[in-house]
Design a protein around this ligand. Structure first.
Ligand code: PEP
Length: 258
């Protein structure tokens, strides 16, 4: 069975003290669930780089994992302003969000750049959370699946089947991010199903069955249950609703009722 993933993407919000407090509050609430079904889900928090150490302290010895929102593929060197996989690992990071649409579309990251990062994350034993998703225009033109599969193709282009199984894929339609307009559960399932079928063609049934495919885009406590009920929705990546302990914890608990 695939372990469900509930990941919080705090984006460029919260200074270290604020991040420590929110992570501590999430931890307290989730610790109270331990012994129930907490073991079959993975809860991940991705604060800004400067808050990683503070959040690492707040979640130490808990079931919550620490993620970065980005990294460079090189191990070190003349890359002003960048952060490498070994640097992240040294402060307790185990997961890294790569190819988020805000980085693809606002900061101009290319498919090649993203694929190198995925390769480097795997090489350094970080779990990449690879984001894919179509824009509003691509969606309206009926090109969603084509765009997603192209991003997937490049994202996995430097991986063999073994390491590919460790990647978490986040389907995040750009038109649903931060807009309050989420994909319907049926739209999410259609995209996730296409992603899994493509993984099957490329890497075989075993790898395809192992990869977690999560949904992101205006997830909230009101729509989580219907999304999690879809066969190929293995969790969620949450932006806005993860900035409040109560709403993120309600999201992270929602799959328990399945
Ligand atoms: C995101 O940016 O990864 C995201 C899903 O944001 P939101 O939940 O705010 O739409």
């Amino acid at each position: 069975m695939r372990r469900r993933v509930f990941a919080a993407n705090w984006k460029m919000n919260l200074v270290p003290d604020e991040a420590r407090t929110l992570a501590g509050e999430i931890r307290r609430r989730l610790d109270a669930d331990a012994g129930n079904s907490a073991g079959d889900r993975e809860v991940i928090i991705a604060p800004a780089f400067v808050a990683l150490a503070a959040v690492a302290e707040a979640i130490a010895q808990s079931r919550i994992a620490l993620a970065a929102q980005n990294m460079h593929y090189a191990e070190r060197g003349a890359f002003t302003g960048e952060v490498s996989a070994p640097m992240l690992a040294a402060v307790g990071v185990t997961h890294v969000i790569l190819g988020h649409s805000e980085r693809r579309h606002i900061l101009g990251e290319s498919e090649d750049f993203i694929s190198r990062k995925v390769e480097a994350a795997i090489a350094h034993r970080l779990v990449p959370i690879l984001c894919v998703g179509e824009t509003r225009e691509e969606h309206d033109a009926g090109r969603a699946v084509e765009v997603i599969l192209r991003q997937l193709h490049y994202g996995f282009s430097r991986l063999e089947a073994g390491p590919a199984a460790r990647v978490v894929i986040a389907y995040e339609p750009v038109w649903a991010i931060g807009t309050g307009r989420n994909a319907t559960p049926g739209q999410a399932q259609q995209a996730h199903g296409a992603i899994r079928a493509s993984l099957r063609d490329r890497f075989g049934a075993e790898t395809a069955a192992a990869v977690r495919i999560i949904y992101g885009g205006s997830v909230n406590p009101g729509n989580i249950e219907a999304l999690m009920a879809q066969r190929d929705v293995d969790g969620v990546l949450v932006g806005g609703a993860s900035l409040e302990a109560e709403s993120f914890v309600r999201i992270a608990r929602a799959g328990d009722n399945l």
